[in-house]
Design a protein around this ligand. Sequence first.
Ligand SMILES: [Zn+2]
Length: 167
Amino acid sequence: MEKAPSFAVDIMLGKLAKWLRLMGFDTFYSNTAEDDFLMDLALKERRILLTRDRILVERMGNVAYFVQNILLPEQLKEVATKFQLNEIHLSGRCSICNGILVSISKSGIEKQVPPYVFQTQEDFFQCERCGKLYWEGTHIQHIEEIISETIRSANGQNAISPEKEGE
Ligand SMILES: [Zn+2]
């Protein structure tokens, strides 16, 4: 079985880091990480360094990857395509701290979620590191939709079809 890639993401790509975590990829991100620290970490932990810094890529060689796009959806598409992330299915990770989300039973969290959520949702997940709660109906489903849309459009045509046939 092919191992899922893990990433280290530079300070300019915080949103991308968050989405990679939600997709389940082990992603280091800190908004105070210096280049040298990221380089060491990437080498030591065999992480792919995602960066918008060309100098960093030149110093690192193929351990680093230069993210060409500036906007998040395109960045996610670009990275997903480059590293074939859509073929890997993982359990999610916490967008805040990169901890793994584990399924938890509904009993015992009643006071921690809004009443409406407690009544309407059955599947809850909790970050094993920081304790943040996620639930299927809203958050995770929403994420999956966005990710699958992103991946689908990445695999499909990139031309924008004409919206108007005429006036
Ligand atoms: Zn967490």
